[in-house]
Design a binder for this molecule. Sequence first.
Ligand code: 5GP
Ligand code: MG
Length: 177
Amino acid sequence: MLDHRHFHKYLSRADIETLVHDLATRINRDYEGKTVVLVGVLKGSFLFMADLVRALTVDARVEFVRMNSLGKTKESPGTVVFAKDISTDFRGKHALIVEQIIDSGRALKFLYDRLKAAGAESVEVATLLDKNDKRLVETPVKYVGRKTKDQFLVGYGLDLEESARNLAEVYFLKYPN
Ligand code: 5GP
Ligand code: MG
């Protein structure tokens, strides 16, 4: 069972709706007259993806990928591999990676390079949350909902050992000292 006593509200429904609306406004403007393929990173992005894509008025398509870090230890970041690779032909298409949160940026860089190699006309990144202080691998992130410090967040797609993804709002975890 999830113990909610240490969950503290970080983003309310209204906060999320505002962030999604503002990102969608920019994306609609930037991709006007174009077709964009949103590439959602599973599992965390599924709710953000669903909200963002419904706020778009441009011709938008969806694709999903899932990545795993193999051989990850405290000392080594391991190697990123696809558990589910892209299955869209990206040649001549605009790709927009949709992330829930970006931390080290390792998985993001791997996906960015994959989409470039697949012949995408352009590759940009949209994330709801950005822990930019924690970045180890740089990839340009054009659309950021909110910058956040290094704290553990759950809900709205973000998991606590696979639970809590279904919560409609985002919480930070804080345990009493
Ligand atoms: P990275 O940017 O280090 O390659 O990986 C980011 C991934 O780490 C996210 O997609 C997410 O799965 C996980 N992650 C990073 N920060 C948090 C957080 O605060 N809460 C949760 N639940 N997952 C996180
Ligand atoms: Mg996780």
